[in-house]
Design a binder for this molecule. Structure first.
Ligand SMILES: *Cc1c(COP(=O)(O)O)cnc(C)c1O
Length: 372
């Protein structure tokens, strides 16, 4: 074969499939409005102040953004009591995950994560030409011993989503610190805290303290989940000056758009909305889990804004059948085959009416199976 050939690893990447947004086909005009619960987006949406700031930015679209996201970093630093010089903003935390991987791992080197960990880690490893390595989990939860047992002289990065998507599980402060303590100094531990704002457990630690003190720890965060700004692509990381310097060299000079920076600043300023979003989740996450369990389905405990539901394996009662049933009734969950959990569906917390519609539809599915 002639023609340009990509680096080894690239063609092994299965392009990331986001959660479906609609049912039917938009090109043939068959698309129907649906309740989208497939991407862990905010049920309540962004702060009205963030929307206002985004609209205001429309007057200056001919201007490049401020390249260092300085004002936004200042707002984040004030909010979380951090050093702004140790923050890097990115076009979603996905960009930061890819940049960190590209910076610290390459061919012949390994990127370690957990069995059902967030898919981006594997994609980023392959994209960098590195070797992805998955450590087994225990009861769908990161297993620190299993992770540490898979560290070799070739391991360059360890990713842990805490809480993890799609399992919803998290490891507590002691386990997180034990993971860090067991890693060699030259291995970078990336703590992906995309759902940190939702966690209510006392023993939870977003990793912010480790990232502030340990030279080999980075914490990543996002505006896509609690803040409801997924469309704008906005995330940030906190790490030591050496890591921050590396990422700043590698990132695009204008990697965060001006409207995203402005909306992010406004979102951080709207504590009332943030509290509303958090309270909404604290109310409806347990409700959703309890109502689905009443249908004799297994719901894994979740610290995020979604539940992972396990279905029986019999054809007609399995996750694929449930997915088809929900879609036929206008509801979109997320199929989990790509995460090695083909017997599960992941369902995001929605608005009250959406949650009730989801449970009613699942009940019809389960009752239909009993009647058959
Ligand atoms: C949603 C999610 C992200 C955030 O991605 P963005 O690129 O910031 O939208 C990162 N990590 C995990 C585990 C997630 O679920």
């Amino acid at each position: 074969m002639t023609g340009p050939r990509p680096r080894p690893g690239i063609m092994e990447i299965q392009a990331y499939q986001g959660g479906k947004a609609q049912i039917g086909n938009s090109e043939t005009g068959n698309a129907r409005p649906a309740i989208k619960l497939s991407a862990n987006e905010s049920a309540v949406g962004p702060s009205p102040k963030a929307i206002e700031a985004y609209k205001d930015a429309a007057d200056r679209l001919h201007r490049y953004p401020e390249g260092g996201s300085e004002e936004l970093r200042g707002a984040l630093a004030r909010r979380h009591n951090l050093d702004p010089a140790r923050i890097v903003c990115g076009a979603g935390s996905d960009e930061l995950i890819a940049l960190l991987t590209k910076a610290y791992a390459g061919p012949g080197e390994e990127v370690l994560y957990t069995e059902h960990g967030f898919l981006m880690y594997k994609l980023a490893a392959l994209g960098a030409g590195a070797t992805p390595v998955a450590a087994p989990e225990r009861a769908l939860t990161a297993d620190v011993d299993a992770l540490l047992a898979r560290v070799t002289s070739r391991t360059r990065l360890v990713f842990i989503a805490n809480p993890n998507n799609p399992t919803g599980s998290y490891i507590g402060r002691d386990e997180l610190h034990r993971l860090h303590a067991g890693l060699p100094e030259d291995v970078l531990l990336v703590i992906d805290a995309a759902y940190a704002e939702f966690v209510e457990a006392e023993d939870y630690d977003s990793g912010i303290g480790l990232a502030a003190t340990a030279p080999n720890v980075v914490m990543t965060r996002t505006f896509s989940k609690l803040y409801g700004l997924a469309a704008l692509r906005l995330g940030w990381l906190y790490g030591t000056p050496a890591v921050v310097d590396v990422v700043n060299r590698l990132r695009g000079p204008f990697n965060v758009s001006a409207p995203a920076q402005k909306a992010g600043i406004a979102a951080l300023d709207d504590l009332e909305h943030e509290t509303r979003a958090r309270r909404h989740n604290a109310t409806w996450l347990p409700w959703l889990a309890a109502e689905i369990e009443k249908l004799s389905l297994v719901v894994h405990p979740s610290a995020g804004n979604f539940v992972l539901v396990a279905f029986p394996s019999e054809p007609g009662r399995d996750a694929a059948a449930a997915n088809a049933h929900l879609e036929a009734e206008g509801l979109i969950p997320r199929a989990m085959g790509a995460y090695g959990l083909p017997h599960c569906l992941r369902i995001s917390v929605g608005l009250e009416a959406e949650n009730r519609a989801l449970v009613a539809s699942l009940a019809r599915f389960v009752q239909g199976q009993l009647a058959a």
